[in-house]
Ligand binder design. Sequence first.
Ligand code: MSP
Length: 512
Amino acid sequence: MNNNYYISTPIYYPSAKPHMGHAYSSIIADFFARFKRIQGYDVFFLTGTDEHGQKIQRAAEKKGVDPRSFCDEISKTFRNLSKLLNLSNNDFIRTTEERHRKSVDNLWKILEAKNEIYLSKYSGWYSVSDEAFYSEDEIETIDNKKLSKNSGSPVEWIEEESFFFKLSKWQEPLLKFYAENPKFILPESRKNEVISFVKSGLKDLSVSRKSFTWGIKVPSNNDHVIYVWLDALTNYLSALNYPDTNDPNYKKYWPADLHLIGKDILRFHAVYWPAFLLAANIQPPKRVYGHGWILSGEEKMSKSKGNILDPIEIINSYGLDPLRYYLIKEVSFGNDGNISKDKLENCINSDLANNYGNLCQRVTAFIEKNLNSSIPKDYEFNKDDNNILDVYKKNYKSLINYVDGQDINNYVNFIQEQLFSANKYFNDQEPWKKKGDIKRLGTILYVSLELIRKISILLYPIIPSTSLKVLKTFNINEKDISIKDIQNHEILKKNTNINKISVLFKKIEKND
Ligand code: MSP
């Protein structure tokens, strides 16, 4: 069995400070990375910054600084955000690093040697904000301004000498590749969009620019810089030390298991990227998942629209784990999701404080008071106990399948249901009335602790630091967490001590 798993976030443009959309991509990727680790996989989780191109050059010019120092500065804020979000990434790549330049340079040379690239002239529309070329039918005129229909960003007309990649040649091989790898693009609805785009006819793609300099030079012609998307996509290889195909990381992790991206950059990942790779005779990644947007009101959150919810501010006021939980649970994964402080507060109060926090506190406080803080040693499961404990074993495979199919919502629903039934179990069993029956009392409490343990393991990929806090009271350390252990009922050691769990989430006072 291949025990390696490679997952990536998009690499972010350090053109402005990070916002909630970026935090979202990263948190979701971290969820998968952490889950696969506790499933026993050797995970490589990559994130980073995409630092070349006209967009960055212009942003730097606007600030009156050179692009290099501009990127150094803002890339740092993304690196800091990855720490603040408690990402478990193994690497952080910057496209201005030498290791990356080497990879891009090599990939270009291969494509050129294979006769996949030729010199010609580009004339057409370009959006600097999207770093994308658009055809006439992909743009519209609003208030005398030419805009991309898709993203709404302004386009400008460019005419310049350019190298082209023979994308048209890869139309049929790509369609064949999609047919042979039906789960290469997810979710399904977006896969269909991509396939119809490819079927509608692929034109050769301009892959170099001559009118600015901030980028990696075309090896054979230094007047040109390599198109920023060809440059950026290669980050997934350069982090594994490509072109050294004997590098242990390259051997272990390529092809990547999952490129997690936003839907706006699906075309680059699901069309251009596999075409470049097929042309260079490199295996394409196994899957590209295009998630929806985080909306504020009805609109995509973006700097130009000025409707940004700042992740750092939210974390400072509410804490990280509530934000992680909220984004993972509240957004129907794959679709757009509307977020607000109000909904975040409801989520903290009901799911986190009432359902999870309260359960942990009630059970452990009861044990402290009545069993001198020790895990019961006398217990015997009856039918009710076995039923509630067995749910995890019965659903174990489905849970793994949910994650492998990026069905995050069903995974979270399962946790929510189990939180509900664990609370109900504790209420229905009324341990406070069983103080005279030490065995039954011990059983109820042992079962309740086991439920908390199992739920905390399931919560680990979502709210790692809170889950760890709880698991540590059971003497389970991070390196020992294993998803398999949710199937067993007798992991907790009898007669060892358990400390009372303090308030995990503070309830938010609301005025309504
Ligand atoms: N640099 C490119 C990606 C190159 S990957 C080889 C890029 N960068 S970005 O900073 O503009 O966006 C990075 C990711 O953030 C994209 O996946 C994008 O979809 C995501 N988001 C940006 N705004 C978003 C929301 N409002 N909501 C959710 N995600 C969105 O594109």
